[in-house]
Design a protein around this ligand. Structure first.
Ligand code: PTJ
Length: 246
């Protein structure tokens, strides 16, 4: 039983979600370590969404609303923390959720598929029954992607990921939107758009931003994309952390 008066109650709630997802065979063992790394960076950024990240979330929404075939790629950590929000975004944009795991086992895929099925996601790809094709020049369990999903997509959402895949996807001419509390990670550095913030704060804001911008004209959305530079965004995120030490 979690004590609501605890000064770090929210953090305990998310740790509890992580532990429960591990017990249910959703989270990889290393997912616990990844969460701890995220918590450390969250301390450094002050555990709140910065002005810079709010703007980046709006830019991410503009990408989702202007690209032809976006896909939401999910892993164990994302599913443990924000499965409901992923399902909401998938319905709002009418785009698929694709399971793509670093520590892929048929059991974990099945357990994660069940979560999104129960949330009534329309199209779940990357399941054990799907048809796959390898991502060129990428080794390991993340390489096989759904033929109808990531393979054909032009924009891929890749939150909370380790570094090797983003680089390859970008080399293939695809665009990526990443959420990562660590602005120095390889995925953060190679993605098209990197939201440096906790996924639990980002997802509700991203959904709101998509809802707000949904009826804007395409030129406005493209203008916002044109004005964005991910290197500047990452530099600002790093400067925001440095400021907190002064
Ligand atoms: O479910 P699987 O098998 O695909 O495995 C997933 C993990 C996360 C275990 C795997 O991709 C991995 O090892 O990732 P890394 O290399 O630890 O990278 C995860 C990144 O996510 C790190 O840079 C963390 O700082 C970041 N991160 C962790 N929790 C959060 C986060 N970023 C935003 N919000 C969080 N809550």
């Amino acid at each position: 039983m979690l004590n609501k008066d605890h000064p770090r109650y929210q953090s305990l709630v998310y740790r509890d979600k992580i532990v429960k997802a591990h017990e249910k065979g959703i989270l990889a063992n290393s997912g616990m370590i990844a969460h701890g790394r995220g918590e450390t960076f969250d301390y450094l950024i002050g555990e709140e969404t910065t002005l810079n990240s709010k703007n980046t979330i709006d830019v991410a929404a503009c990408y989702f609303l202007t690209r032809k075939n976006p896909v939401l790629s999910v892993n164990g950590n994302t599913t443990a923390l924000v499965a409901e929000e992923v399902a909401t975004l998938s319905k709002l944009l009418d785009i698929p959720v694709e399971i793509n795991l670093y520590y892929r086992t048929p059991e974990r895929v099945k357990n994660i598929e069940k979560v999104y099925n129960e949330l009534n996601v329309n199209e779940i790809l990357g399941t054990n029954e799907d048809e796959f094709i390898d991502t060129p020049d990428l080794n390991g369990p993340r390489s096989p992607v759904s033929i109808e999903g990531i393979n054909k997509s032009d924009l891929i959402f890749i939150p909370l990921e380790d570094g090797d895949r983003a680089e390859k996807l970008v080399q293939l001419g695809k665009e990526t939107v990443n959420i990562d509390l660590n602005p120095l990670s390889r995925t953060a550095q190679t993605s098209t758009v990197t939201i440096v913030d906790n996924i639990v704060r980002v997802m509700p804001l991203l959904i709101k931003s998509v809802e707000n911008l949904m009826n804007s004209n395409k030129k406005e959305l493209l203008d916002k994309i044109d004005k964005f530079n991910n290197k500047e965004n990452l530099n600002t995120a790093i400067q925001d952390i440095i400021q907190r030490f002064k």
